[in-house]
Design a protein around this ligand. Structure first.
Ligand code: NDP
Ligand code: 8X3
Length: 252
């Protein structure tokens, strides 16, 4: 029987690359996101290229009712979810603390922290029922170190790190694996979103070095799911070789 993966934020970046990687490896794939047309495109692509079974769920992870309603509507044959990838997330704005916009903070905390909690709370009961499961949360190097103008984004990712540790402890008795993946700079739509559509500012982030690609990150995420049942990667930090940590880069 094929395994099932549920990926939040599969319309772009890491989530979309994960959908392709898991579909290529014979998984049935549940993709989620807010942009319906993008979900439809990804779904068609996965079906055509990999002959994959795909279920699209269209919701905003910040909307508690929508999350629980969408996940409870999953048909029975899709409920045996083996892998949940809590990937939906974003940075909005990169400003000094006193200049930051309160709505940006709300968006990041509601999406990166509360959204991840809601989706996990809705999906984990299926894993408990199935007596197996692997939750993979997207942290960041920003979950390990705080950088200038990172304030609330770093805070939200430190929370993801702490929540991952808490989930790992509490879900131990259900034999559910919990992995937190912490990528460094990766060229996706992340910086375009962070700089509110300013593509020039976004491109500057990746100048002078080769950043991670979405596929690099998806490959590593997939790898964590290939280990034997008694082995779990709990915490994994990866970056391009030009990046030492959240702050130090070698550009040239
Ligand atoms: P992208 O912007 O390319 O993708 C983000 C995805 O999240 C999109 O599919 C988007 O879908 C989804 N998303 C955002 N907000 C919501 C929401 N409220 N409800 C549902 N889905 C949402 O960024 P990345 O792929 O780079 O980022 C993925 C994750 O990785 C994030 O958690 C990010 O913080 C983290 N990360 C990124 C790094 C990077 O350098 N790129 C490095 C380290 C971590 P839609 O808009 O359709 O809803
Ligand atoms: C995204 C990577 O370095 O912009 O989490 O925080 S960084």
């Amino acid at each position: 029987m094929k395994k099932i993966v549920l990926i939040t934020g599969a319309t772009s970046g890491f989530g979309k690359a994960c959908a392709e990687k898991f579909a290529a490896n014979n998984y049935d794939v549940i993709i989620t996101g807010r942009r319906k047309e993008r979900l439809d495109e990804v779904s068609e692509y996965l079906k055509n290229k990999f002959n994959a079974n795909v279920l699209s769920l269209h919701f905003d992870v910040r909307e508690r009712e929508a999350v629980f309603s969408a996940i409870s509507s999953i048909p029975d044959k899709w409920k045996k979810i083996s892998v949940l990838i809590n990937n939906a997330g974003l940075a909005v704005g990169r400003d000094y603390f006193e200049e930051a916009v309160l709505d940006d903070w709300d968006t990041m905390i509601d999406t990166n922290v509360k959204g991840l909690l809601y989706v996990s709370k809705a999906v984990v009961p299926f894993m408990i029922e199935n007596k197996e499961g692997h939750v993979i949360n997207l942290g960041s190097v920003a979950a390990k170190e705080v950088y200038e103008k990172g304030n609330a984004y770093c805070g939200s990712k430190f929370a993801v790190d702490a929540i991952s540790k808490g989930m790992r402890i509490d879900l131990l008795r259900h034999r559910i694996k919990v992995t937190c993946i912490h990528p460094g700079a990766a060229e996706t739509e992340f910086s375009i979103v962070r700089f509110k559509g300013n593509k020039d500012l976004a491109e500057k982030i990746y100048e002078g070095y080769v950043p991670l690609s979405a596929e690099d990150v998806a490959d590593v995420i997939y790898y964590t799911t290939t280990l034997p049942p008694h082995v779990c990667i709990n915490d994994l930090v990866l970056s391009c070789t030009a990046q030492a940590d959240a702050i130090y880069f070698f550009k040239g």
